[in-house]
Design a protein around this ligand. Structure first.
Ligand SMILES: Nc1ncnc2c1ncn2[C@@H]1O[C@H](COP(=O)(O)OP(=O)(O)OP(=O)(O)O)[C@@H](O)[C@H]1O
Ligand SMILES: [Mg+2]
Length: 238
């Protein structure tokens, strides 16, 4: 069987000299698909994302992108290979304008970035209206748009999002998920952590339930939504 486009394969590891947080955890996403990681607080969802992005030592296991072992690469080197990561917190520069945030996202690029910026403004029209405003003055949902837009400025093949809908209203969440689906349709792989498990699994091609640094359940979004055990334990019953 051929490798998924991006895979963190049976990863174990932790922070610094600390104990393992991940215990043989596997996360993968195919080209142009949406993979969603859900699970209780402290399950290691953000840690799994950081492991895939090279921000945590993977002591056992591998990360492969397009079949290439990238386990030893720095986050910067992974960005150069087409990976973009929007962390759970502190994911924008609040004192800079919206447009400056987007420009910062493209700092590795030496070509003309105006086309990509136009695409980001097409995806999130409100950001164009507010492009001269400090990002810190925007609403929570608009800030998340800035964070996603900034990541898209690198023209990634994989977009990793840690709780992109945290703290936003249900309507704004739906809207953001629609935009994320749109991004995936352009061929970009989406790997995201979500607290809004039910809604996220509804748009997921693949879902992962993590518990205590281990894969508890894996399947299509629909399979997980239909799984009685997953429903009872993670989706609030019924
Ligand atoms: N930088 C760090 N150094 C040491 N331990 C950490 C660090 N970050 C997280 N941990 C520990 O790793 C475990 C998993 O944390 P992680 O943030 O990955 O969970 P999570 O599933 O993302 O939780 P949440 O839903 O609250 O975002 C926790 O026990 C946490 O205390
Ligand atoms: Mg987290």
């Amino acid at each position: 069987m051929s490798d998924p486009f991006l895979i963190g394969d049976t990863m174990s590891g932790g922070y610094g000299a600390g104990p393992n947080i991940l215990h043989g955890c596997t996360i993968a996403v195919e080209k142009g698909e949406i993979a969603v990681i859900v699970g209780p607080n402290g399950a290691g969802k953000s840690t799994a994302m950081k492991a895939v992005f090279g921000m945590m030592d993977v002591r056992e296991g591998e990360v492969r992108l397009g079949g290439e072992d990238i386990t030893a690469l720095s986050p910067q080197a992974r960005v150069a290979k087409g990976m973009a990561f929007v962390p759970q917190t502190h994911n924008i520069f609040t004192s800079m304008t919206v447009e400056e945030n987007l420009e910062m996202g493209a700092f590795l690029r030496e070509d003309d970035i105006s086309g990509t910026m136009g695409q980001v403004y097409d995806l999130f029209p409100i950001l164009k209206d507010k492009r001269r405003q400090a990002a810190g003055e925007l609403s929570g949902g608009q800030r998340q748009q800035v964070a996603v837009g900034r990541a898209l400025m690198t023209q990634p093949t994989v977009l990793m999002l840690d709780e992109p809908t945290a703290g936003v209203s249900p309507i704004v969440m739906d809207e953001l998920f629609d935009r994320i689906i749109e991004v995936a349709r352009t061929g970009i792989s989406i790997l995201m952590v979500e607290q809004n498990a039910r809604q996220a699994l509804e748009i997921a091609d693949k879902g992962y339930v993590l518990v205590q640094g281990r894969n508890a359940h894996t399947g299509s979004g629909k399979q997980l939504l239909d799984n009685p055990d997953v429903r009872r334990t993670f989706l609030g019953g019924t």
